[in-house]
Ligand binder design. Structure first.
Ligand SMILES: Cc1cc2nc3c(=O)[nH]c(=O)nc-3n(C[C@H](O)[C@H](O)[C@H](O)COP(=O)(O)OP(=O)(O)OC[C@H]3O[C@@H](n4cnc5c(N)ncnc54)[C@H](O)[C@@H]3O)c2cc1C
Length: 483
């Protein structure tokens, strides 16, 4: 294994985790962090792994994809989640921490490790050293962002505009109908929720009265014409949405044989059709308001939301266009990205992608092809999101949710008990289904860990592939479900 150091830029949630994972494997690391020389608009304290807003890592329950992701990270030996468990504060179902102690413990650990050399430096040009992991987060320093943009062109974004995603099972198909506008493309790609005249104006009036999340001082409310929040569009006239994202043209409601007054279109988010996003519904409404309002839409009265809409400042790459399956920038050997800059959202998700980037770099240093975690695990599902992306439509950052996972119904291990492969047979309660997703994920994670151990012990590819499901370089891009 090469003994030249791995350079990591950014000691946030992802960079700290990556540095630790490499260090405990005996790899020298040079960790470059701009604090305390310079602080982003959201960072305030000089310590590493700073939680810039909430002190919560969200739900601990395995009924929730983020609870599952944390459990997987613990099993993968995450520093962030060992420390989080040590400094947790009571918060019901959530894992919340004392943020000062959290950051201090991680900072101490990284300073203590002889393999890690820490340098306070505002990185303004891309260092030439390789391998290098860029983990500079949603508020990457402007000069470095410009450098990254020189390499990636239009595919680096500075604002996200995210529309909500709902669970397919929670959409009322007695009201919503499948069809593509003007019959173009496959009808299964879109579900349409039709609104009559009164329903449309009631929705618009409620939208105009709803409460939005206030912008941070560093977030100018400057929107691209194609990504205006729905509430901003509605302010320009009560009919605007009916000529914009809610236009009904090219669609006929099969129940009435008529064109509806307005339509909310939902686009299929994944191959298995378990999740749909509300097309053009990017919004800054508060989450509670989004749920209340979107459940006014016929067909969405019982909607379960996998992701809520949002718009914030966020530096992120179009991962599926730019990143290889091991998180390496296409065409730039040895240059890896990790954390929120890859298009994940949140402390836990950023930690996961930091950990994964480190494992990939380590495998490469050892001359091995990295093994991707199965897409049935939460960490593998996130990797799929970042490197493969949605079925269609623009790439939008995502938090972890079960809509990113391959459907149980299409998995040979579960298909029979659920009514046969590909069918929506036995209808499980939501809690039963979520328990099965987590059970499958943890079993597949264990198999992946065994496969990695075999790889380290020099087992050949055949032995490894009987246990692991995907070899990164071969099939992550092509395959969305485990073979
Ligand atoms: C205002 C705001 C509120 C948020 N609230 C929440 C929340 O409540 N819950 C949640 O889960 N997530 C929240 N997030 C998202 C969360 O902050 C990120 O998901 C997470 O911190 C990303 O981890 P990261 O390691 O990718 O980046 P960060 O944790 O941001 O770490 C990046 C590090 O890189 C350093 N850096 C940046 N540029 C340079 C440079 N040029 N040279 C050297 N060092 C550099 C920074 O100083 C920082 O230490 C919020 C984000 C913002 C901006």
């Amino acid at each position: 294994m090469s003994k030249s150091p791995v350079t990591i830029v950014g000691a946030g949630l992802a960079g700290s985790e990556a540095a630790y994972q490499l260090a405990i494997r005996g790899v020298p690391v040079r960790l470059l962090e701009m604090k305390p020389l310079r602080f982003s608009e959201a960072h305030k304290s000089p310590g590493f792994a700073e939680l810039v807003c909430s002190n919560s890592f969200r739900s601990s329950s395995l009924q929730n994809a983020v609870g599952l992701l944390k459990e997987e990270l613990r099993r993968l030996g995450s520093l962030n989640f060992r420390v989080a468990d040590e400094v947790r504060v009571p918060a019901g179902d959530a894992l919340a921490v004392d943020r000062e102690r959290f950051s201090a413990a991680i900072t101490d650990e990284l300073h203590r490790r002889p393999e890690i050399e820490i340098e306070e430096r505002v990185v303004t040009t891309l260092p030439a050293e390789r391998p290098m992991i860029i983990a500079t987060g949603p508020l990457t320093g402007s000069e470095l962002a410009a450098e990254i943009q020189r390499l990636t062109g239009e595919a680096l974004y500075f604002y996200d505009a995210i529309s909500p995603i709902v669970e397919a099972d929670s959409i009322d198909l007695s009201k919503a109908f499948f069809d593509s506008r003007y019959g173009k493309g496959s009808p299964e790609d879109y579900l349409n929720c039709p609104l009559g005249r009164d329903e449309y104006y009631a929705f618009v009036d409620a939208l105009l009265a709803a409460e939005c999340v206030p912008s941070h001082t560093f977030e100018e409310p400057k929107y691209f014409p194609g990504c205006l929040p729905i509430e901003v569009m509605a302010e320009s006239g009560r009919d605007t949405l009916a000529f914009g994202p809610m236009k009904p043209v090219g669609l006929t409601d099969p129940r009435t044989g008529q064109r509806p007054y307005a339509v909310v279109q939902l686009r299929r988010e994944n191959v298995d059709g378990t999740a749909y996003n509300l097309v053009g519904f990017q919004t800054k409404l508060k989450w509670g308001e989004q749920k209340r309002l979107f459940r006014m839409i016929p067909g969405l009265e019982q909607a379960e939301f996998l992701r809520m809409g949002s718009i914030h400042r966020n530096t992120y790459l179009d991962g599926p266009r730019l990143l290889g399956p091991s998180l390496e920038l296409d065409g730039s050997a040895g240059l890896y990205f990790a954390g929120q800059i890859t298009g994940v959202e949140g402390y836990v998700e950023s930690t996961a992608i930091g950990l994964l980037a480190a494992l990939n770099v380590y495998d490469r240093l050892c001359g091995r092809v990295p093994l991707a975690p199965p897409a049935t695990t939460a960490i593998g599902a996130l990797l799929q999101h970042v490197t493969v992306g949605p079925l269609s439509g623009a790439y939008q950052p995502n938090n972890v949710h079960f809509g990113l996972f391959p459907a149980l119904e299409n998995d040979g291990r579960y298909a029979e008990s659920l009514g046969g492969a590909g069918k929506r047979g036995k209808r499980l309660r939501k809690s039963e289904k979520r328990a099965l997703y987590s059970e499958r994920a943890l079993a597949d994670l264990e198999a992946w860990l065994v496969a990695q151990q075999l790889a380290r012990s020099g087992a050949d590819e055949t032995q490894r592939s009987t246990l692991s499901t995907t070899t990164i370089d071969q099939s992550v891009r092509a395959s969305r479900t485990i073979p």
